[in-house]
Design a protein around this ligand. Structure first.
Ligand SMILES: *[C@@H]1O[C@H](CO)[C@@H](O)[C@H](O)[C@H]1NC(C)=O
Length: 287
């Protein structure tokens, strides 16, 4: 019995270690939420996970530096990194990494700083399959939106008098490098749009035509962060119950074995109470 309790304790302790060793996903948030900026604009980069907000640092790869920490090119504040005066040389890949330098890191984001007067405003993060995506071509001092030409992977995909191009119900094939051009102002840098496949477990009424309705994508983006922790909790509870079951099944045959041993140690008498009583008497008579 003691042995079983000790085993249970060992299981629980290793379970605890296993859980604390799990790495929380971290993500990089860009404010304002776009991937292209004009020279001299400012941007805030925030590393966030579900529990701790500290312990992360923003790193970047540019043509000049590699895996450089925020303190070398920005102003760190906890897990946040401020850049007050962007320059074209800040163009590069940005991501979050744990301060301790361990393996966990976020996916990276490409930020582009234009020395020119046109930028493309496009989603920073991957978009969900079926979502509508607005590409906005902006000039440095917008009095009103100017007509713009849009390009995907170098090919012309259309003129828009409003300066905005809407990609309806995006598919995987819409992934690519986008840029725009405003006559008389110039061309924007290129930015990549990534399309995430919709998870197969979404609610049924989400046809491609209804994707512009806000409750669809809104509710899914709310439920997912809630779903993930509770799902991992379920896994933990399941594992705990599994361990209990294993411990129970393991200890049961042992008890039976002990009983068997006790029975077999009594000669001839097969568990009968009268036999048990007679046996010591017989021994006394022999003595
Ligand atoms: C940054 O650059 C280093 C060295 O070239 C490379 O190993 C690393 O994968 C790059 N990081 C990202 C996120 O691309």
């Amino acid at each position: 019995m003691k042995e079983a309790a000790a085993q249970r304790l060992i299981f629980l302790i290793s379970l605890l270690f296993w859980t604390s060793g799990q790495v929380l996903p971290v993500r990089l948030t860009v404010i304002p939420s776009r991937s292209q900026f004009f020279e001299h604009e400012s941007v805030i980069l925030i590393c966030e996970d579900e529990n701790r907000s500290d312990g992360w640092t923003v790193r970047r790869n540019t043509t000049r530096d590699t895996r450089a920490e925020c303190k070398g090119w920005g102003t760190p504040f906890g897990s946040t990194c401020n850049m007050d005066y962007l320059l074209p040389g800040d163009t590069g890949l940005y991501w979050c990494e744990s301060m301790s330098g361990s393996s966990s890191s976020s996916s990276s984001i490409q930020l582009s700083v234009s020395g020119g007067s046109v930028i493309l405003q496009s989603p920073v993060l991957p978009v969900m399959e079926g979502d509508d995506v607005t590409l906005s071509c902006r000039t440095r001092n917008p009095t009103h939106n100017l007509p713009a030409a849009f390009y995907k992977d170098g090919s012309f995909i259309g003129d828009e008098t409003t300066g905005n191009k809407i990609l309806n119900s995006v598919k995987k094939s819409d992934e690519g490098l986008y840029k725009c051009n405003v006559k008389g102002h110039g061309e924007s840098p290129s930015s990549r749009i990534s399309v995430k496949e919709k998870p197969p477990t979404t609610s049924p009424p989400s046809s491609s035509s209804s994707s512009s309705v806000s409750p669809g994508p809104g509710s899914s983006s709310v439920s997912l962060p809630v779903l993930l922790p509770s799902a991992s909790l379920c896994v933990l509870v399941f594992l705990f119950l599994l361990v209990q079951l294993v411990v129970y099944l393991y200890s049961k045959p042992k008890v039976m074995k002990e009983e068997e041993e006790r029975m077999t140690s009594l000669p001839e008498t097969s568990g009968c109470s009268r036999g048990n009583r007679r046996k010591p008497n017989q021994e006394q008579e022999m003595l």
